[in-house]
Ligand binder design. Structure first.
Ligand SMILES: NC(=O)c1ccc[n+]([C@@H]2O[C@H](COP(=O)([O-])OP(=O)(O)OC[C@H]3O[C@@H](n4cnc5c(N)ncnc54)[C@H](OP(=O)(O)O)[C@@H]3O)[C@@H](O)[C@H]2O)c1
Length: 252
């Protein structure tokens, strides 16, 4: 049985990934949607159909991950597409974010993504794909998002290294780098209007378009994808200029 696995599918970009995979990947038998809010996943199944399978769990919980692996074995699943999308951020000075929140960000954005990749890879074969939700925050360090941007730099580095390692197995790894999207993410990150001049003025990315386009470029074997000319230009600038300068220019 060929399946897709999508983490963080109960909202925002992950929800759009689930819809776009459903619409474009008729070759897949099932789409496993993962998040903690089971009711949201069930709603998605009601909306799209029985090939969408709610698999509700906290991806930072080792026992729950073990249950997920057992389910993959039990169903004799081949994972043709893994979308590591669950993640969150916090906007504030490092010292004003609690130790627990900073640790939770690292645990979800880095550790859980690594664990999910590690346990799922044995169930993947030739022409399978991994898509990792990264961010424009990975292009250079960000003040007031020090931990978040560091977690996304980790995702970028891991994705690029893994892509080369997995070339002989013909598995592609894509790092997707959205700019700000109007999802639950912004509220959770405390990025309400008026809190940050930088965020207030940054162009918004449409999560639906981001999902559809990144699925298409993943199939073409690309390594990194960001959309909107503004963010493509920012990526170039962050590659050319010293990061000390980029950080001063950006501010948050
Ligand atoms: N929105 C932006 O501005 C933006 C910009 C750049 C990059 N990104 C990145 O894009 C990705 C998706 O963001 P989004 O905007 O779609 O955020 P979102 O709307 O807040 O959705 C986050 C998803 O992750 C799930 N999730 C959170 N903790 C989880 C856990 N422990 N176990 C399982 N699932 C968990 C949430 O579901 P439950 O609460 O039901 O578990 C939800 O489905 C993230 O990696 C984010 O860092 C977002």
């Amino acid at each position: 049985m060929n399946i897709a696995v999508i983490t963080g599918a109960s909202a925002g970009l992950g929800l759009e990934y689930a819809k776009a995979v459903y619409e474009t990947r008729a070759d897949l038998d099932e789409i496993w949607v993962i998040a903690r809010r089971e009711d949201r996943l069930q709603e998605l199944q009601t909306q799209l159909g029985s090939t969408v399978i709610p698999v509700a769990f906290d991806i930072t919980d080792p026992q729950a991950v073990e249950n997920y692996v057992n389910l993959l074995k039990e169903k004799n699943a081949t994972v043709k597409l893994l979308i590591n999308n669950a993640g969150f951020g916090k906007l504030n000075n490092f010292e004003d974010i609690s130790t627990q929140e900073n640790a939770r960000m690292v645990r979800l954005n880095c550790e859980a993504l690594t664990v999910m990749t590690s346990v799922t890879l044995p169930f993947m074969n030739e022409h399978s794909e991994i898509i990792n939700s990264c961010s424009i925050a990975s292009f250079a360090p960000n003040t007031r998002m020090a931990v978040y941007s560091s977690t996304k730099a980790y995702v970028m580095s891991l994705s690029r290294a893994l892509r080369l390692e997995l070339k002989p197995r013909k598995i592609n790894v894509l790092a997707v780098c959205p700019g700000p999207m109007d999802t639950e993410f912004l509220g959770i990150a405390n990025i309400e209007k008026g809190v940050s001049h930088t965020f207030d003025t940054m162009p918004r990315v449409n999560p639906r378009i981001m999902a559809v386009k990144s699925l298409a470029v993943s199939r073409k074997g690309r390594a990194v994808y960001t959309n909107l000319l503004f963010y493509k230009f920012f990526r170039l600038v962050a590659k050319i200029l010293p990061h000390s300068l980029v950080m001063k220019m950006c501010g948050t």
